[in-house]
Design a protein around this ligand. Structure first.
Ligand SMILES: Cc1cc2nc3c(=O)[nH]c(=O)nc-3n(C[C@H](O)[C@H](O)[C@H](O)COP(=O)(O)OP(=O)(O)OC[C@H]3O[C@@H](n4cnc5c(N)ncnc54)[C@H](O)[C@@H]3O)c2cc1C
Length: 391
């Protein structure tokens, strides 16, 4: 998309480009290039997070009152487009995009002072403890119990598919504090210190061989009542607010377009493969328009149009299309899937061909998860059918 930028917006873009040139080191770029999962790992992203935080640009999607730089929609879009085009590491969203907005919206003063600066500095690394075995799409059926004992809750249960819990020192979790009321009303939102006795993290290796996911077992974990966000029983309302941010929030299109550009630079696409690349680009550009319009609607104080509901669904399809195209484009070279991880480690095996070929199989397999996490595509379609089409 080629928007006509005003002179101020062009100056801002120049400022962003020059910051990226100075702050984004070759090691950060290399780590990002060799990331096959959804998010970069801490040894790759923490230095980048620190650079953004020092500049005041880390939480550009937070309101100014909460510590954001106060950018309008176009500046946010320029920033995201420039960062993805420059190949910056993708920061995990669990802290900055999910629990951060929850804390500045629902947290008390003490929680905001304790957790928001530590989140931005990278001292606290967060995991999202929502899903449980049997409670994913039907999240309200979750069974992890929290029983009040004096100034603590005693928490017992199991979380699953917990992204990067192996690195997290904090987890925000939905827990059942009342089993006698309607399922949604008995849920509360707790902040759990992962170093607490009774917390066990076990890895789940993905089909790709990557370790992104975990099971988290909670056995009589004592969590201070001071770590309850909002009121007891308000967890479902907070979770709905958080999931809105997970499915919408910032744009998917800049990353999709940047990855498509990298793929088309790394190989020559002809015939049917070139047609697929063009179709994917058109879809990603249409998505970009939709995302930008949604940002503008929110900025103007209007509720986003129902079309914004389709954003995550379409982004998942384009993501899977790009990774499928990479497999076909690189042929035999795309079928390498060494067992060692991470790919950015100093002792990782050498990959054959460009990184886009070497990582193609892992990325293809990981991209299957796009139509599952943050609400499956079937669930998204149901929401769209009801809210946008009126079925
Ligand atoms: C890579 C990855 C990372 C994740 N990270 C996290 C994390 O950090 N924290 C966290 O809490 N969770 C995480 N999740 C979990 C994710 O939110 C759930 O997997 C998702 O909500 C689906 O739940 P489920 O796996 O229990 O599948 P189920 O809900 O059992 O669904 C199974 C299938 O049935 C379909 N289905 C279910 N209900 C309906 C319905 N009503 N109508 C039509 N079809 C339906 C689904 O679409 C799906 O195809 C992650 C998942 C993945 C894959």
């Amino acid at each position: 998309m080629d928007l006509s930028l005003s002179p101020e917006q062009q100056a801002f873009r120049t400022e962003v480009r020059s910051f990226l040139q100075d702050a984004l080191t070759p090691a950060m770029r290399q780590g990002a290039t060799l990331t096959s999962g959804v998010f970069a790992e801490p040894d790759v992203y923490l230095a980048w997070q620190a650079a953004l935080n020092a500049k005041g640009w880390l939480v550009y999607f937070w309101p100014k009152a909460a510590g954001g730089p106060g950018w309008d929609a176009v500046r946010r879009w320029i920033f995201e487009t420039e960062c993805t085009a420059a190949g910056a590491p993708i920061l995990p969203g669990m802290g900055l995009k999910l629990v951060g907005p929850v804390l500045y919206t629902y947290g008390n003063d003490e929680q905001q002072e304790r957790f928001l600066p530590a989140l931005c500095s990278g001292e606290h690394i967060w995991a999202q403890g929502f899903s449980e075995p049997g409670s994913g799409s039907d999240l309200a059926s979750l069974r992890t119990r929290a029983v009040r004992e004096g100034d603590d809750y005693v928490v017992s249960g199991q979380k699953i598919w917990t992204t990067q819990a192996q690195f997290a020192n904090w987890m925000f979790a939905l827990v059942r504090t009342d089993a006698t009321v309607k399922a949604q009303r008995g849920i509360s939102f707790l902040l759990i210190d992962m170093a607490s006795p009774g917390v066990t993290v076990r890895p789940i290796l993905s089909a790709s061989g990557d370790h992104e996911l975990n099971e988290v077992f909670l056995e009589d974990v004592r969590v201070p009542v001071a770590n309850l966000v909002g009121e007891e029983g308000q967890g479902w309302t907070i979770a709905k607010f958080l999931l809105e941010n997970e499915r919408g929030g910032t744009g998917y299109a800049p990353q999709l377009l940047a990855d498509l550009d990298r793929l088309t630079r790394a190989t020559t696409l002809t015939g049917e493969l070139a047609d697929r690349a063009v179709r994917l680009r058109l879809e990603a550009e249409a998505l970009e328009m939709t995302e930008l319009r949604t940002l503008l609607e929110i900025e103007q104080g209007n509720p986003p149009h129902a079309r914004s509901l389709a954003v995550k669904l379409i982004a998942s399809e384009v993501r899977q299309g790009i990774e499928g195209l990479a497999i076909d484009a690189f042929g035999m070279a795309s079928l390498q899937l060494p067992a060692e991880r991470p790919f950015h480690a100093a002792d990782a095996p050498a990959l054959v061909g460009p990184p886009e070929a070497g990582l193609a199989a892992a990325r293809y397999l990981n991209a299957r998860a796009w139509s599952i996490f943050g609400g499956t595509s079937e669930i998204q379609l149901t929401i769209i059918a009801k809210a946008a089409v009126g079925l």
